[in-house]
Design a protein around this ligand. Structure first.
Ligand code: C5P
Length: 238
């Protein structure tokens, strides 16, 4: 498998064509942004870590009947994934109050939720990814009802699987964000990444934040936190 033309470059990743039209190569970068681009920086080594964490977790979900775009790890920073038409929606699952939910409803971070929350954001940089509901998604033709039902099902199931797994390694899955794509024949797959960049992971014993909030909030130690999540995940796999 060889890397061909660059198809897309974002803050965190580059996507390349390959000699197979059905497959692309994703390359994870160390660059990081926060607050809709107002804060820019680097988390050294995060590309390697996020590639490996995402690949392990995607494989785990795939084995438990959640279709994903993941095919194989290609190098330290790269993965081969199925080419999908991305749906411009960020699907967030929340188990505990944190981040923007804390601000929006006025509850302190760490407040337990009686049940799991699912949120949707319309993925649009210029608009700052506004929060929308399912009726917006259908009316704006972001996706169909059937597709959203499938995404909801995969999101809840992924949450149950990841939450249980992470609890075994002493990590609380506070919230995380998913993105989905359509394969050429139309079926939905989980795509993008699942990493400390796209989730909130709290040490169950100390409450310490082991995710991108260390960078967003200038807490320091982001590199070590990502490394710690990685170490716990791989030492618990196979
Ligand atoms: O900021 P907010 O509380 O809405 O974030 C919810 C979840 O979505 C967090 O796990 C965060 O890491 C993730 N997120 C993301 N990309 C963004 C914004 C939030 O992955 N641009």
């Amino acid at each position: 498998m060889e890397r061909k033309n660059l198809l897309y470059e974002g803050t965190n990743k580059r996507v390349y064509e390959t000699d197979d039209p059905a497959l692309v190569i994703v390359e994870y970068k160390d660059d990081a942004i926060a607050h809709n681009g107002a804060k820019k920086g680097t988390i050294t080594g995060k590309g390697v870590i996020n590639n490996r964490i995402t690949n392990v977790l995607m494989q785990m979900l795939e084995e438990q009947d959640i279709p994903t775009h993941f095919v194989a790890q290609h190098s330290e920073r790269e993965a081969v994934v199925r080419r999908a038409r991305m749906i411009p929606l960020k699907v967030t699952v929340r188990n505990v109050v944190a981040g923007s939910l804390s601000t929006r409803v006025g509850l302190p971070e760490g407040t337990r939720l009686k049940s799991t929350i699912l949120e949707y954001r319309y993925k649009n940089d210029a608009l700052g990814d506004p929060l929308i509901n399912r009726y917006h998604a259908f009316a704006l033709e972001i996706c169909t009802r059937e597709e959203l039902d499938v995404m909801d099902r995969y999101a809840f199931r992924a949450n149950a699987i990841l939450r249980t797994f992470l609890a075994q390694i002493g990590i609380e899955l506070v919230d995380f964000k998913m993105e989905f794509g359509r394969l050429p024949e139309g079926s939905i797959v989980l795509a993008d990444e699942i990493s400390p960049d796209t989730s909130r992971l709290w040490d169950m014993r100390t409450g310490e934040k082991l995710d991108k909030d260390r960078f967003r909030r200038d807490l320091g130690g982001a590199e070590d936190a990502y490394q710690e999540v990685f170490r716990r995940i791989v030492s618990n796999i196979k």
